[in-house]
Write a protein that binds this ligand. Structure first.
Ligand SMILES: CC(=O)N[C@@H](CCC[C@H](N)C(=O)O)C(=O)O
Length: 384
């Protein structure tokens, strides 16, 4: 197969979009990626599978005169969202959708890879097709399995995320922190169920949960430096079984975000205080779990990011936008804490936001993104 052209890229993206799979269950996605990569020129390639992380894929492109090994990572998982785009290629996997654009990420990575299967790069390249970005931190899992050891350790790592707020195909980046760190939080409030008619004999955890959720709103508004900012979102609340039984338990699931690890820790401490305070005042038991995993703040490496931005600014074929830090999280933050590199945005120009059931990224972003990334990698390989 020759280098993937625009039409081939769009076909690939639509196939991936139709068959999204959740974190650590990306089996068909893995098989499709593998088949697509195997159809490329194999002359410079080495494909690697990981037994303990069976949906992941690594591809090594041997350089002609390597001075370094450059890593490029794409995530491959989807979200438990029911698609509402009405597109002819909408998700066929009920309740699952590429609502964060990882179909765009994968296709762009395949486009870049296919270019270098036809035109051997000077440096070595490693493409990492990573499972489980949305949850279960596949990047950290891979790192801890020792996947990036020996010749498979990139000297520098790059990766992108699509951005509906930027023009299609534009590249966005910034020095320093690009994305927030995140911590998942689960709060279980445990009281006593009972008949709806006899509240005095029960301990209603719907009321306690409502109080807890309200009080939590004061953490960011009253306990966080507004210049620094932070986020607490509870996206899931589960309590009760029927209207006339008082709920004896409530489970509230959310995510905390901060641009520094210190801020995340500060919010975690305040959240514990609020949860314990509400539990005491309602005579309830509370269990709180936090899970940060690999979702560290995404810290772009100074030297590499300066070069990346310099390239993007001066390249007449790249439309570059300097961006603000974002409160989205990314487990690429973990990989960048181990291996220096740069994360950047690829504009996909859409009115819907990431994680929305109507997200419909502009496909024209894909060939433009491939073109800019190939040009950047060639520029990088031509320089010290
Ligand atoms: C780009 C993006 O949307 N990433 C996710 C990462 C999720 C981290 C973790 N599971 C959490 O919910 O805290 C995001 O929600 O920002």
């Amino acid at each position: 197969m020759a280098q993937l052209n625009k039409e081939a890229l769009i076909d690939i993206r639509r196939h991936l979009h139709e068959y999204p799979e959740l974190a650590m269950h990306e089996f068909d996605t893995h098989d499709y990626l593998l088949a697509t990569i195997k159809a490329m020129n194999q002359q410079f390639l080495e494909i690697r599978e990981i037994k303990e992380l069976p949906t992941a894929l690594l591809v090594y492109v041997h350089g002609s005169d390597p001075k370094r090994t450059i890593g490029y990572r794409t995530d491959i998982d989807a979200l438990p969202v029911t698609e509402e785009t009405g597109l002819p290629f909408a998700s066929k996997n009920v309740g699952v959708m590429h609502a964060c654009g990882h179909d765009i990420h994968m296709t762009t990575a395949l486009g870049v890879l296919s270019h270098f299967t036809e035109q051997q790069p000077k440096d070595n390249l490693i493409f990492f097709f990573q499972p489980a970005e949305e949850s279960e931190n596949g990047g950290k899992v891979a790192y801890e399995l020792g996947v990036f050891e020996g010749k498979w350790r990139p000297d520098e790592f790059y990766g992108l995320h699509d951005n509906p707020d930027l023009p299609a195909g534009a590249i966005g980046c910034r020095m320093g922190t690009l994305f927030a760190g995140t911590t998942e939080v689960n709060v279980d409030l445990i009281g006593k169920s009972g008949h709806a008619a006899y509240p005095q004999n029960a301990n209603d955890m719907i009321v306690a949960a409502a109080q807890f959720i309200n009080q939590v709103q004061t953490i960011v508004s009253r306990s966080v430096n507004p210049i620094e900012g932070g986020v607490i979102t509870f996206g899931k609340l589960d309590a009760g079984t029927i209207r006339n039984v008082i709920a004896g338990q409530a489970r509230i699931e959310g995510t905390i975000r901060g641009l520094t690890q210190k801020m995340i820790e500060h919010i975690v401490d305040r959240l514990k205080q609020v949860a314990n305070g509400v539990a005491t005042s309602y005579g309830a038991k509370v269990e709180i779990q936090f899970n940060q995993g690999g979702y560290l703040p995404v810290e772009n490496n100074d030297d590499l990011t300066r070069r990346f931005i310099e390239f993007a600014k001066q390249d007449s074929q790249t439309d570059f936008v300097e961006t603000e830090p974002a409160m989205t999280g990314e487990d690429f933050g973990y990989l960048l804490s181990k291996i220096p590199g740069t994360m950047f945005w690829l504009g996909v120009d859409d009115d819907s936001q990431l994680h929305s059931a109507t997200l419909n990224p502009k496909e024209s972003a894909i060939p433009k993104g491939v073109h800019s990334i190939v040009r950047f990698l060639e520029y990088r390989m031509a320089n010290e």
